[in-house]
Design a protein around this ligand. Structure first.
Ligand code: MG
Ligand code: MG
Length: 255
């Protein structure tokens, strides 16, 4: 991702609305398919068909060689899980589905963690708080704020619950590229400082990745799948948002 933050025009804003709308709608559709016994490959195929049928292109398919239209990350998998015929959802699982769609040359990017059957209340809480973290960050996404205001709000809310906040993976600018400047971390640090100031026309993907245990991660031998080092569950919640004078606009249909 380049250093330069690309400010979008009004017509580009409109295109991003269309891309975001399809991305959010695809996730809503997938939520109806998530159940005990379905494979993550079947979810991937359903996402591909849905995006194509509605005039979009899956953002993730072949991105850096990624072999799916969605990322499907189950339980201790944090992000970038590869859809597989061999992975069938079981009662008590959680599955994070990350989805992107291109419409009129612009990307939408969003993720949800879904519950499968009867999930441990401690894990349900993790999923709920991860979503709350996004909305805490969203409240800070005002013109004149800095990126670190979003980061701090997310980090604080997760810390209140004693959860680990993933540091190796971060949110990002988005537009005609899936990943653009600036980085949008879910934590703060002296090294990163306050980050860029938010201005109208910026589009960013805000995506807390929150672990029930420690923040530490590992990458599996497939070179993609990020998992928690302690094997405890992790949740992910993401929306693409557009900064306007009147506040942030969520483009990817939050439920
Ligand atoms: Mg994503
Ligand atoms: Mg993203």
């Amino acid at each position: 991702m380049g250093e330069h933050i690309i400010i979008k025009s009004e017509s580009q804003h409109q295109a991003m609305r269309r891309a975001g709308e399809l991305t959010g709608r695809t996730l809503n559709y997938l939520s109806t398919l998530v159940k005990v016994g379905i494979s993550t490959k079947e979810l991937d195929e359903a996402a591909y068909e849905f995006i194509k049928k509605n005039g979009g292109i899956p953002s993730f398919l072949n991105y850096d060689g990624f072999p799916g239209s969605i990322c499907t990350s189950v339980n201790e998998q944090i992000v970038h899980g590869i859809p597989s015929k061999k992975v069938r959802l079981k009662d008590g699982d959680i599955i994070s589905v990350d989805c992107g769609a291109i419409v009129d040359g612009f990307h939408g990017d969003a993720a949800r963690t879904f519950l499968v059957g009867e999930v441990d209340p401690e894990v349900v809480k993790l999923v709920e708080v991860t979503k709350e973290c996004f909305f805490k960050g969203l409240e800070q996404a005002k013109v004149g704020s800095h990126i670190s205001d979003i980061s701090r709000a997310i980090e604080r809310h997760a810390a209140e619950h004693g959860y680990g906040v993933v540091r190796e993976l971060v949110g990002h600018g988005i537009g005609s590229n899936l990943h653009e400047a600036p980085e949008v971390p879910n934590f703060t640090s002296v090294r990163m400082g306050r980050g860029p100031r938010l201005v109208p026309g910026m589009a960013i993907a805000v995506e807390p990745m929150i672990n029930l245990g420690t923040r530490l991660i590992e990458v599996l031998d497939d070179g993609w799948t990020c998992v928690t080092a302690d094997g405890k569950p992790s949740a992910h919640y993401e929306n693409t948002i557009f900064i306007t004078e009147n506040g942030p606009e969520v483009l990817t249909n939050p439920d």
